[in-house]
Design a binder for this molecule. Structure first.
Ligand code: HEC
Length: 143
């Protein structure tokens, strides 16, 4: 009986491994390259510690005070604009999703290149959304 149990267990493990392999084969090359460069766990930690107070945990911000930064045209658009906003902060009037904002965001120079890259990857890919990956090298180039 014990032998049978063990062999069933081995068989089950083998079958699940095979399925897991098949799944990863199915995902496109691009997706796996993206997964290697992104660290959404780090991005989430950095986001919750530095950004969520204003932009809220869900990234939707506060109307007319702090703009939304998840699922917006800007946040999933030009990478340099996003990197520079985090590196230098932001002030003055901007329009986000048809709403005007004229407030101040402090800069986040204190964060490392990788922390900035990952927090931006998190807002662009951590909410069932998807945009091109931002790398620490790209942040370094603009610092
Ligand atoms: C003190 C509140 C505050 C914090 C903390 C903060 N922001 Fe902001 N953020 C703002 C405000 C206010 C604006 C709009 C500034 C303006 O009116 O010009 C903004 C703008 C932005 C924009 C540009 C949005 C657009 O559509 O143009 C991005 C991207 C952004 N913030 C990301 C972040 C990230 C990432 C963090 C954390 C590292 C962060 N912010 C932390 C208040 C904050």
């Amino acid at each position: 009986m014990f032998k049978l149990c063990v062999s069933m267990l081995v068989l089950f493990t083998l079958v699940s491994c095979k399925n897991a392999n098949k799944k990863s084969e199915d995902s496109t090359k691009l997706k796996s390259e993206k997964a290697i460069l992104m660290d959404l766990e780090l991005g989430k930690t950095v986001y919750r510690a530095n950004c969520a107070a204003c932009h809220q945990r869900n990234g939707m911000g506060i109307p007319r005070v702090h703009p939304p930064i998840v699922n917006t045209k800007n946040s999933e658009g030009d990478k340099n604009y996003l990197i520079e906003t985090v590196l230098n902060g932001a002030r003055g009037e901007i329009k986000v999703e048809g709403e005007k904002y004229n407030n101040v965001m402090t800069n986040f120079k204190k964060l490392s290149d990788n922390e900035i890259a990952q927090v931006l990857n998190y807002i662009r890919n951590g909410f069932d959304n998807s945009a091109e990956v931002i790398t620490a090298e790209e942040v370094k180039a603009l610092r």
